[in-house]
Design a protein around this ligand. Structure first.
Ligand code: CA
Length: 322
């Protein structure tokens, strides 16, 4: 068990792809639900279209959350996948977004979620930021944004430069400096360094940390999680976004949670820690329930924020909802 001291600041709740536990991810209705629930930050994953429009979409490919296979049967690559970068923004507008399904069977990934098929669309980053600005103004409750530059090296190999377009759109909506309510996240350390030093970005940056075999980038995430690695990250970022099992695991059902020293080590070099992703319907392995998973993360490990598909449940744990 780590000796980490529980975090004393008030932790932030990040609506992972919106209120994606209840509504299809990255749709405006999912963002509205998360805003109304009281999430502190609404997340955007951003990828580029063929005509260079930054859109709010998690995957590089379309078929798991849209009807692209029916609308554009001829536009799949030889690998049997439909890429966002192969379609123009106007073409993407004809697609209907639905809850995530498994590639081959088409069965829902999360059986208990929203499975109606409705006119839900992919939105540009600009449209989403406009939507959030409108919600902030109309409700008087300000939600921040938490934006991810997705797979920058992959985009570059496709002849696309994602980061400058994301930064330009954020700037258009007033997100320019560390005082603004925005975190910019990426798995690729080289790209974060470029964003900071070459693109002169002043936003708060978050280094996402995965497992090497996910192939999110060519970074060695094991080395990044050491004290030396974290000290290096602290030279360019203000926070890290590790995977929940990097922080806490339950060795077996009913066992007490075991915390790593990651939060303590990150705090020692001034990094905030915002792990991903809490899901009520896909709890951390062997954890008993939402309450005990939240308690281990916030009260024992001392995290500074959490990516959650269920903002309302996380807010309730933190005593911020009735
Ligand atoms: Ca993300």
């Amino acid at each position: 068990m780590s000796t980490a001291i529980p975090n004393r600041k008030s932790p932030i709740v990040i609506a992972h792809r919106g209120a994606s536990g209840y509504l299809p991810e990255h749709t405006l209705v999912a963002k509205a639900y998360a805003h109304a629930a009281g999430a502190d930050y609404l997340e955007q994953d951003v990828v580029l279209t063929r005509d260079d429009v930054p859109v709010v979409f998690h995957d590089l490919v379309l078929q798991e959350v849209t009807d692209v296979a029916h609308r554009f049967p001829d536009r799949c690559r030889d690998d049997g996948q439909w890429y966002v970068v192969d379609l123009d923004f106007a073409e993407l507008q004809t697609l209907r977004v639905h809850e995530r399904v498994l590639p081959v069977t088409g069965a829902p990934v999360y059986a208990g979620r929203f499975h109606e098929r409705l006119d839900l669309r992919i939105r540009s980053l600009a449209e989403e930021l406009s939507f959030i600005r409108g919600l902030n103004a109309a409700t008087g409750r300000h939600a921040g944004i938490y934006t991810e530059v997705k797979s920058p090296a992959w985009h570059r190999a496709e002849g696309k430069d994602l980061s400058p377009l994301v930064l330009a759109t954020l700037a258009e909506y007033g997100y320019v400096g560390p005082e603004d309510d925005v975190w910019l996240q990426c798995f690729d350390a080289k790209e974060l360094l470029r964003i900071k030093h070459k693109l002169h970005c002043r936003l708060k940056l978050v280094q996402l940390i995965g497992e090497n075999d996910w192939l999110e980038s060519d970074n060695d995430y094991g080395a990044m999680r050491t004290q030396e690695g974290l000290a290096e990250v602290a030279r360019y970022a203000q926070g890290i976004g590790p995977w929940i099992p990097h922080i806490v695991t339950w060795p077996s059902p009913g066992a007490a949670p075991v915390c790593s020293s990651l939060v303590e080590d990150a705090h020692a070099v001034g990094l905030d820690v915002h792990p991903y992703t809490f899901r009520c319907d896909d709890l951390p392995e062997h954890s008993a329930d939402a309450e005990s998973a939240h308690r281990a993360l916030f009260d024992v490990a001392g995290i500074d924020g959490l990516f959650t598909d269920f903002s309302d449940v996380t807010l309730q744990f933190l005593g911020r909802r009735p």
